[in-house]
Design a protein around this ligand. Structure first.
Ligand SMILES: Nc1ncnc2c1ncn2[C@@H]1O[C@H](COP(=O)(O)O)[C@@H](OP(=O)(O)O)[C@H]1O
Ligand SMILES: [Mg+2]
Length: 254
Protein backbone atom coordinates (compact mmCIF):
# COMPACT_ATOMS: atom_id res chain seq x y z
CA UNK A 1 0.00 0.00 0.00
CA UNK A 2 1.14 3.52 -0.86
CA UNK A 3 2.50 5.36 2.22
CA UNK A 4 0.21 8.38 1.85
CA UNK A 5 -2.88 6.17 1.56
CA UNK A 6 -1.80 4.26 4.66
CA UNK A 7 -1.27 7.51 6.59
CA UNK A 8 -4.79 8.65 5.66
CA UNK A 9 -6.23 5.35 6.88
CA UNK A 10 -4.26 5.55 10.13
CA UNK A 11 -5.71 9.02 10.81
CA UNK A 12 -9.16 7.43 11.01
CA UNK A 13 -7.84 4.65 13.26
CA UNK A 14 -6.20 7.17 15.62
CA UNK A 15 -9.45 9.15 15.78
CA UNK A 16 -11.40 6.02 16.79
CA UNK A 17 -8.82 5.20 19.46
CA UNK A 18 -8.93 8.80 20.71
CA UNK A 19 -12.72 8.68 20.98
CA UNK A 20 -12.43 5.52 23.10
CA UNK A 21 -9.92 7.27 25.37
CA UNK A 22 -12.26 10.23 25.83
CA UNK A 23 -14.95 7.85 27.17
CA UNK A 24 -12.69 7.39 30.20
CA UNK A 25 -11.38 10.97 30.47
CA UNK A 26 -12.25 12.59 33.78
CA UNK A 27 -13.92 9.38 34.98
CA UNK A 28 -11.01 8.38 37.26
CA UNK A 29 -10.27 5.03 35.59
CA UNK A 30 -8.51 2.45 37.78
CA UNK A 31 -4.73 2.77 37.47
CA UNK A 32 -2.30 -0.16 37.47
CA UNK A 33 1.43 0.33 37.79
CA UNK A 34 3.56 -1.58 35.29
CA UNK A 35 6.91 -3.19 36.16
CA UNK A 36 8.73 0.03 35.12
CA UNK A 37 6.51 2.02 37.52
CA UNK A 38 4.57 3.78 34.76
CA UNK A 39 0.74 3.87 34.94
CA UNK A 40 -1.70 2.05 32.65
CA UNK A 41 -5.48 2.36 32.59
CA UNK A 42 -8.51 0.86 30.85
CA UNK A 43 -8.26 3.78 28.40
CA UNK A 44 -4.80 2.63 27.24
CA UNK A 45 -6.12 -0.91 26.75
CA UNK A 46 -9.32 0.14 24.95
CA UNK A 47 -7.38 2.36 22.54
CA UNK A 48 -4.82 -0.34 21.89
CA UNK A 49 -7.51 -2.94 21.10
CA UNK A 50 -9.01 -0.62 18.46
CA UNK A 51 -5.64 0.06 16.83
CA UNK A 52 -4.51 -3.58 16.81
CA UNK A 53 -7.81 -4.75 15.31
CA UNK A 54 -7.57 -2.11 12.57
CA UNK A 55 -3.95 -2.93 11.74
CA UNK A 56 -4.75 -6.65 11.64
CA UNK A 57 -7.46 -5.87 9.07
CA UNK A 58 -5.62 -3.30 6.96
CA UNK A 59 -2.00 -4.46 7.07
CA UNK A 60 -1.89 -7.93 8.59
CA UNK A 61 1.47 -8.70 6.93
CA UNK A 62 3.28 -6.01 8.95
CA UNK A 63 4.44 -6.79 12.53
CA UNK A 64 3.15 -4.52 15.32
CA UNK A 65 5.13 -3.57 18.42
CA UNK A 66 2.70 -1.98 20.87
CA UNK A 67 3.30 -0.52 24.32
CA UNK A 68 0.69 -2.53 26.22
CA UNK A 69 1.33 -5.82 24.36
CA UNK A 70 4.39 -6.95 26.30
CA UNK A 71 4.83 -10.09 24.19
CA UNK A 72 5.43 -7.91 21.15
CA UNK A 73 8.46 -6.38 22.90
CA UNK A 74 10.23 -9.76 22.69
CA UNK A 75 10.24 -9.66 18.88
CA UNK A 76 13.43 -9.19 16.95
CA UNK A 77 12.69 -6.01 14.97
CA UNK A 78 12.00 -6.80 11.30
CA UNK A 79 12.90 -4.37 8.50
CA UNK A 80 9.36 -3.05 8.49
CA UNK A 81 7.08 -2.77 11.53
CA UNK A 82 4.48 -0.60 13.22
CA UNK A 83 5.16 1.05 16.57
CA UNK A 84 2.03 1.86 18.57
CA UNK A 85 1.60 3.85 21.77
CA UNK A 86 -2.17 3.91 22.27
CA UNK A 87 -2.03 6.52 25.04
CA UNK A 88 1.18 8.49 25.43
CA UNK A 89 1.26 10.86 28.37
CA UNK A 90 -0.80 8.65 30.67
CA UNK A 91 0.25 10.83 33.63
CA UNK A 92 -1.18 13.91 31.88
CA UNK A 93 -4.33 11.95 31.01
CA UNK A 94 -4.80 11.15 34.70
CA UNK A 95 -4.25 14.77 35.74
CA UNK A 96 -7.39 15.69 33.83
CA UNK A 97 -6.24 19.32 33.48
CA UNK A 98 -6.88 21.83 30.72
CA UNK A 99 -3.53 21.08 29.02
CA UNK A 100 -4.97 17.80 27.65
CA UNK A 101 -1.46 16.74 26.59
CA UNK A 102 -1.93 13.07 25.83
CA UNK A 103 -1.86 11.38 22.44
CA UNK A 104 -2.56 8.32 20.32
CA UNK A 105 0.53 7.30 18.30
CA UNK A 106 0.93 5.01 15.29
CA UNK A 107 4.10 4.89 13.17
CA UNK A 108 5.55 2.75 10.44
CA UNK A 109 9.28 1.99 10.61
CA UNK A 110 11.27 0.94 7.56
CA UNK A 111 14.97 0.09 7.71
CA UNK A 112 15.30 1.69 11.15
CA UNK A 113 13.61 5.01 10.35
CA UNK A 114 10.01 6.23 10.81
CA UNK A 115 8.51 6.81 7.36
CA UNK A 116 4.98 7.79 8.36
CA UNK A 117 3.11 8.52 11.54
CA UNK A 118 -0.01 9.94 13.11
CA UNK A 119 -0.29 11.67 16.49
CA UNK A 120 -3.77 12.50 17.77
CA UNK A 121 -4.48 14.58 20.87
CA UNK A 122 -8.22 13.89 21.40
CA UNK A 123 -8.75 16.37 24.26
CA UNK A 124 -7.34 19.16 22.07
CA UNK A 125 -8.80 17.85 18.80
CA UNK A 126 -5.38 18.23 17.15
CA UNK A 127 -4.43 15.50 14.70
CA UNK A 128 -0.94 15.52 13.20
CA UNK A 129 0.05 13.27 10.31
CA UNK A 130 3.26 12.96 8.37
CA UNK A 131 4.45 10.94 5.40
CA UNK A 132 8.16 11.38 4.76
CA UNK A 133 8.57 12.69 1.22
CA UNK A 134 4.95 13.91 0.98
CA UNK A 135 4.75 16.37 3.87
CA UNK A 136 2.90 16.84 7.14
CA UNK A 137 -0.53 18.15 8.10
CA UNK A 138 -2.47 19.21 11.15
CA UNK A 139 -6.23 18.78 11.28
CA UNK A 140 -7.85 20.82 14.04
CA UNK A 141 -11.58 21.30 14.56
CA UNK A 142 -12.33 19.97 11.07
CA UNK A 143 -9.77 22.14 9.23
CA UNK A 144 -6.69 20.55 7.64
CA UNK A 145 -3.55 22.54 6.85
CA UNK A 146 -0.02 21.73 5.73
CA UNK A 147 2.59 22.27 8.41
CA UNK A 148 6.36 22.76 8.33
CA UNK A 149 9.16 23.57 10.74
CA UNK A 150 10.20 27.22 11.16
CA UNK A 151 13.58 28.94 11.34
CA UNK A 152 14.33 29.70 15.01
CA UNK A 153 13.34 33.27 16.01
CA UNK A 154 16.05 35.96 16.22
CA UNK A 155 15.66 36.19 20.01
CA UNK A 156 16.66 32.52 20.33
CA UNK A 157 15.11 29.07 19.99
CA UNK A 158 12.14 27.93 22.02
CA UNK A 159 12.61 24.48 23.56
CA UNK A 160 10.02 21.89 24.54
CA UNK A 161 10.55 19.49 27.42
CA UNK A 162 8.70 16.83 29.37
CA UNK A 163 6.23 17.96 31.99
CA UNK A 164 6.24 14.86 34.20
CA UNK A 165 9.74 13.50 33.54
CA UNK A 166 12.22 16.42 33.61
CA UNK A 167 15.79 15.49 34.55
CA UNK A 168 19.07 17.18 35.45
CA UNK A 169 20.76 16.27 32.16
CA UNK A 170 18.04 18.10 30.21
CA UNK A 171 18.31 21.16 32.48
CA UNK A 172 22.11 21.17 32.02
CA UNK A 173 21.81 20.89 28.24
CA UNK A 174 19.33 23.79 28.10
CA UNK A 175 21.63 25.93 30.30
CA UNK A 176 24.75 25.05 28.29
CA UNK A 177 22.94 25.99 25.09
CA UNK A 178 21.65 29.27 26.56
CA UNK A 179 18.01 28.31 26.05
CA UNK A 180 15.78 29.98 28.60
CA UNK A 181 12.42 29.82 26.82
CA UNK A 182 10.99 26.34 27.43
CA UNK A 183 7.48 24.99 27.02
CA UNK A 184 6.79 22.06 29.40
CA UNK A 185 4.28 19.70 27.85
CA UNK A 186 3.48 16.00 28.13
CA UNK A 187 3.50 13.34 25.41
CA UNK A 188 4.62 13.22 21.79
CA UNK A 189 3.00 16.63 21.23
CA UNK A 190 6.53 17.98 21.78
CA UNK A 191 7.58 16.68 18.34
CA UNK A 192 4.42 18.11 16.80
CA UNK A 193 5.04 21.60 18.21
CA UNK A 194 8.38 21.54 16.38
CA UNK A 195 6.72 20.19 13.24
CA UNK A 196 4.14 22.98 13.11
CA UNK A 197 6.55 25.81 13.91
CA UNK A 198 5.49 26.54 17.49
CA UNK A 199 8.89 25.56 18.96
CA UNK A 200 12.41 24.77 17.76
CA UNK A 201 14.20 22.13 19.80
CA UNK A 202 13.42 19.13 22.03
CA UNK A 203 16.32 17.70 24.03
CA UNK A 204 15.53 14.39 25.76
CA UNK A 205 17.96 12.63 28.08
CA UNK A 206 15.51 10.69 30.30
CA UNK A 207 13.84 7.37 29.59
CA UNK A 208 11.71 6.89 26.50
CA UNK A 209 10.70 3.84 24.52
CA UNK A 210 10.53 3.65 20.73
CA UNK A 211 6.71 3.75 20.70
CA UNK A 212 6.85 7.07 22.59
CA UNK A 213 8.83 8.77 19.84
CA UNK A 214 8.26 7.04 16.48
CA UNK A 215 5.04 8.73 15.34
CA UNK A 216 6.10 12.20 16.48
CA UNK A 217 9.48 11.63 14.86
CA UNK A 218 7.75 10.72 11.57
CA UNK A 219 5.61 13.87 11.68
CA UNK A 220 8.69 15.99 12.41
CA UNK A 221 10.71 14.38 9.58
CA UNK A 222 7.84 14.91 7.15
CA UNK A 223 7.66 18.58 8.22
CA UNK A 224 11.38 19.13 7.54
CA UNK A 225 12.94 18.46 10.94
CA UNK A 226 15.14 15.71 12.30
CA UNK A 227 16.14 13.69 15.35
CA UNK A 228 19.73 12.67 16.16
CA UNK A 229 21.67 11.42 19.17
CA UNK A 230 23.29 14.24 21.21
CA UNK A 231 26.60 13.50 19.42
CA UNK A 232 24.89 13.94 16.07
CA UNK A 233 24.60 10.28 15.06
CA UNK A 234 21.47 8.81 13.41
CA UNK A 235 18.63 8.03 15.84
CA UNK A 236 17.37 4.62 14.73
CA UNK A 237 14.55 2.19 15.58
CA UNK A 238 14.54 -1.55 16.24
CA UNK A 239 17.03 -1.27 19.11
CA UNK A 240 17.30 -3.91 21.89
CA UNK A 241 14.05 -3.95 23.95
CA UNK A 242 12.84 -1.02 21.77
CA UNK A 243 14.48 1.29 24.33
CA UNK A 244 15.68 4.73 23.24
CA UNK A 245 18.82 6.51 24.29
CA UNK A 246 19.06 10.30 24.59
CA UNK A 247 18.16 12.39 21.56
CA UNK A 248 17.85 15.92 20.26
CA UNK A 249 14.86 16.67 18.01
CA UNK A 250 15.22 19.88 16.04
CA UNK A 251 13.48 21.93 13.42
CA UNK A 252 16.41 22.10 10.98
CA UNK A 253 16.99 19.50 8.29
CA UNK A 254 19.69 17.05 9.35
N1 LIG B 1 11.07 6.18 34.35
C1 LIG B 1 10.45 5.80 33.25
N2 LIG B 1 10.34 4.49 32.95
C2 LIG B 1 9.71 4.11 31.81
N3 LIG B 1 9.19 4.96 30.90
C3 LIG B 1 9.30 6.27 31.16
C4 LIG B 1 9.92 6.75 32.34
N4 LIG B 1 9.88 8.07 32.29
C5 LIG B 1 9.25 8.40 31.14
N5 LIG B 1 8.89 7.32 30.47
C6 LIG B 1 8.22 7.29 29.17
O1 LIG B 1 7.96 8.64 28.80
C7 LIG B 1 6.63 8.72 28.29
C8 LIG B 1 6.04 10.07 28.62
O2 LIG B 1 6.83 11.07 28.06
P1 LIG B 1 6.67 12.59 28.50
O3 LIG B 1 7.33 12.70 29.84
O4 LIG B 1 7.41 13.29 27.43
O5 LIG B 1 5.22 12.88 28.52
C9 LIG B 1 5.87 7.62 28.95
O6 LIG B 1 4.90 7.20 28.05
P2 LIG B 1 3.43 6.68 28.54
O7 LIG B 1 2.71 7.84 29.12
O8 LIG B 1 2.84 6.19 27.26
O9 LIG B 1 3.71 5.57 29.51
C10 LIG B 1 6.92 6.54 29.21
O10 LIG B 1 6.97 5.56 28.19
MG1 LIG C 1 4.29 6.68 25.82
Amino acid sequence: MNHQVLTDELEAVARSAGAAIMDFYGACPRVKLKTDGSPVTAADNAAEAIILAALAKQASHIAVISEENERSHELQAPQRFFLVDPLDGTKEFLKNDEAGAFTVNIALIEHGQPVLGVVYAPALDRLFAGTVGSGATETCKGKRRSIAVRSPPAEGPVAVASCSHRDDATERWLAENDISDTISIGSSLKFCLLACGEADIYPRFGTTMEWDTAAGHAVLRAAGGHVTTPDNKPFTYGKPDFRNGPFIAASGAG
